[in-house]
Structure formats: structure tokens, C-alpha cells
Design a protein around this ligand. Structure first.
Ligand code: MG
Ligand code: ZN
Length: 217
């Protein structure tokens, strides 16, 4: 009998080829944003504080942001087919973004992969600047803006075998919580140092192949 699977995946750099926040900050943010990001990746600055500082420096209208995201951000071409085949099998696929609702929605609508369930931080306009709201506080984790460990543990409690794919600093708690983690980029380097049992991947075809090899789909 196949396990009752639930697939969750990071958004930026996992479903998308490039990071939406990097594009926004390079184009409209304070040029010193990479120094802030270095502090976040090295664990000196909490993720919430880093995101709030980075987005607070962005001077762009909502229209400018959606135009930038629509024109620059492409998704992994293997994702739509993967999603379709998982849906045919009745396996839920949910996006867990450490970024922002506006970015997920804009890119997925533009890519024709909409609607899709997702959890993300929220962006608000306030007096001409961008404020970040963190709607998913965690009782267990102070480090994350939106801790991906919490929803994954909740799905496990509901009886799902959880698969998670990620690539970056906001994926660490999700990677530790999931039954099976797929990792690339910074997440591989971080996980390698901690003995995290993750499977390396590049595309969603790799993920599907591994799930099939395990007899899970
Ligand atoms: Mg990412
Ligand atoms: Zn966390």
C-alpha cells in the first residue's frame, strides 16, 4: 500500500528559478541589502528582522513590483507537469514560502499555475513603504519569519507522510521536520554540516523519480 503523501515545497528558487526578493531588492531596494542577508544566513540577524529591513528599503509601487515579477521570474518548467500528475494521484501539493503572498500570487498567475494552495508572509503598503506581516507565529521557533516546520508537523499529525523540497535559509526547519526532504543550493551546504538526510535534486522530475523509486507513487 502506498503512503498517504503530502508534498510541500518552498517557492523562491525551488518552484521559481530565481528568487523574487533578490530581484526586488536589486532593482528597488537599498544597495546594502546583501550585507543584511549575510547576517541572516549566518544566523546573526533573525529572519523576520532581515525581511522587514530589506523590504522596508524598497521604493516601488505595487504596479512596479508586479510588473517586475511578471516579466523577470520564470518557474521551473518541470513544476506544472509534476503538479498535474500529483493532483491526478490525489496527492496535495502546497507551497510554503518564506517570502511574500504578493510574489507567489503574481508569479503563479502569470505562469498559469493558479489557483494553488500556499502559506506565505504578507506584504502591506503603508504610507508609501512596504511593511511585512508574519501571520504564522510559531510556538516552537523564534528564528523563522514563517516557520515551515509547524505546518509539516501538523500534516504529520493528520497522518500524512510529508515530502518537502527547498533550497535556502528559510527551509531549514521544514527540512528537519519532513519525512523526506529534497535539498539544493544553500540548504545542501547547511544540511551537509548537520548530517541532514536529504536527497539532492535539481528539478521536479528528480523528485518524482525518487518518489517512484521508493514506491511512494
Ligand atoms: Mg527558496
Ligand atoms: Zn523555524
Amino acid at each position: 500500500m502506498k503512503p498517504r503523501l503530502l508534498v510541500s515545497c518552498d517557492f523562491d528558487g525551488t518552484v521559481t528559478r530565481e528568487d523574487t526578493l533578490v530581484h526586488i531588492l536589486d532593482r528597488y531596494g537599498d544597495p546594502r541589502w546583501r550585507a543584511v542577508q549575510d547576517l541572516v544566513v549566518s544566523g546573526v540577524m533573525p529572519i523576520r528582522e532581515g525581511l522587514t529591513k530589506e523590504m522596508g528599503s524598497v521604493r516601488a509601487s505595487p504596479e512596479e513590483l508586479t510588473e517586475l515579477l511578471s516579466s523577470k521570474i520564470k518557474i521551473d518548467p518541470t513544476f506544472p507537469g509534476f503538479l498535474e500528475r500529483m493532483r491526478e494521484r490525489g496527492i496535495p501539493v502546497i507551497l510554503l514560502s518564506g517570502g511574500f503572498d504578493l510574489c507567489v500570487e503574481t508569479v503563479m498567475v502569470k505562469s498559469g499555475v493558479w489557483p494553488i494552495p500556499f502559506l506565505a508572509n504578507r506584504l502591506h503598503r503603508s504610507n508609501g513603504s512596504w511593511e511585512v506581516e508574519f501571520p504564522y507565529p510559531s510556538a516552537l521557533c523564534e528564528a523563522c519569519g514563517h516557520c515551515k516546520g509547524d505546518p509539516i508537523r501538523a500534516w504529520k499529525e493528520q497522518g500524512y507522510v510529508t515530502v518537502f523540497a527547498g533550497n535556502g535559509v528559510t527551509d531549514r526547519c521544514g527540512a528537519l521536520a519532513a519525512d523526506l526532504t529534497f535539498a539544493k543550493d544553500e540548504l545542501v551546504r547547511w544540511g551537509g554540516g548537520r548530517g541532514l538526510p536529504a536527497v539532492s535534486y535539481e528539478t521536479f522530475d528528480d523528485i518524482e523519480e525518487e518518489l517512484s523509486k521508493r514506491g511512494w507513487i
